[in-house]
Design a protein around this ligand. Structure first.
Ligand code: IDP
Length: 153
């Protein structure tokens, strides 16, 4: 099944949005593939690591600000699994700029400015694979929810 990488950014952690964001993906019917207490990463990431994560944005004028933002406090890294999870989670997250995000999305509900948009989600299956390998080099936990047949045909 398809997997995506999600990061709750420092502002999302500071503002106490971890539970609400995680709960949104759970209620949708996607599966958290890193066990919370053991494998979920609540870490401060360093500059070289963030440079690698955002290497595609390295030529952008906002890159320096982005590095400062993401290294400014702890973040939460997660892998979620489900049918079409990459594209679906991007829709749930909303447009990069919260002022253009649908109000029903996470960014539309909880953020105001593009430089403080609370959450990251992989933008393609290919970048999800890259990001998951970067953040979780030891792989993810393999488990199946007993409710799966009630959500997936
Ligand atoms: P995405 O996170 O929606 O995929 P990208 O264009 O890949 O958006 O940009 C990565 C991140 O860089 C954004 O989520 C946001 O935090 C930051 N960013 C993008 N554009 C700007 C900007 O114009 N000013 C400040 N930060 C920006």
């Amino acid at each position: 099944m398809e997997q995506t990488f999600i990061m709750i950014k420092p502002d999302g952690v500071q503002r106490g949005l971890v539970g609400e964001i995680t709960s949104t993906f759970e209620k949708k019917g996607f599966y958290l593939k890193v066990m919370v207490a053991i494998r979920m990463k609540l870490i401060s990431v360093d500059r070289p690591f963030v440079e690698k994560h955002y290497e595609e944005s390295s030529a952008k004028p906002f890159f320096e600000g982005l590095l400062k933002y993401i290294t400014s406090g702890p973040v939460v890294g997660m892998v979620w699994e489900g049918n079409n999870v990459v594209a679906t989670n991007r829709k749930i997250i909303g447009a990069s700029n919260p002022s253009a995000s649908d109000p029903c999305t996470l960014r539309g509900s909880f953020a105001v400015e593009i430089g403080r948009n609370v959450i990251h989600g992989s933008d393609s299956v290919e970048s999800a694979k890259k990001e998951i390998a970067l953040w979780f080099p030891d792989g993810t936990v393999n488990w199946q929810s007993s409710l799966r047949p009630w959500i997936y045909e």
